[in-house]
Design a binder for this molecule. Sequence first.
Ligand code: ADP
Ligand code: MG
Length: 245
Amino acid sequence: MDRSIKLQLSGVRKSFGPLEVCKGIGLTVREGEMVCLIGASGSGKSTLLRCINLLEQIDDGEILLDGADITDPDLDPQLIRRRIGIVFQSYNLFPHMTAVENVMLAPLRIHKRSRADLLPEITAMFARFGLADRLTHYPDQMSGGQQQRVAIIRALAMKPEIMLFDEVTSALDPELVAEVLDVVRELKRMGMTMVLATHEMSFAREAADRICFLDKGVIVEEGKPTQIFEYPQHERTREFLKRVL
Ligand code: ADP
Ligand code: MG
């Protein structure tokens, strides 16, 4: 079955002053697909994710979500952003609020839902991601891996249609990486559409539907994990993989 296209980028360009960071990027993500962006530091992965989430304004090109161009200046970027969850390397939970308060903050304010209405579904998400006993903990009472899982739940509580992950395990101690990647795997099983920038090559290889290799603001090569990792077609892909694998 050909799944419908959720997100489609074409000709996306973004410069910071004289530095062109995205040089005409095209990318198609289908519903339920998990796409991993790999590439050296500085290749433009974070900028691309920030453009998709409208945290950066693109200079040229299109970003279609369900077929509609979300970079249309007549649209309210706040409304678009609610449809696209993003999680960063730094979890940025509010330190003076418990885990559950952190998660409820946006849905209470923006969806105007009540605590009583939200609590059952948020409790279920905590349980699903192995945090059943952490609802009322403060960030400094939790490990980095637990805090990052709360940050992911916080994004999910807004019921996004697509999730973006920017190096979500890079700040974690090695033994905490797996528990966060397990959450991403679980989201995939749930059918979430996802785009991840990651340095976790073995995870990308095992879990991604498609890998995009970025180099200097260009998607040099994309394909299924076996194709990219075992039969890379481009010299630049081969050089990158030689360095990181
Ligand atoms: P990656 O995530 O692949 O490491 P980034 O998207 O963070 O790459 O960065 C790509 C390039 O853009 C880098 O050279 C970086 O210094 C530059 N860059 C990113 N954000 C800004 C900014 N706000 N202002 C100026 N340069 C930036
Ligand atoms: Mg980055």
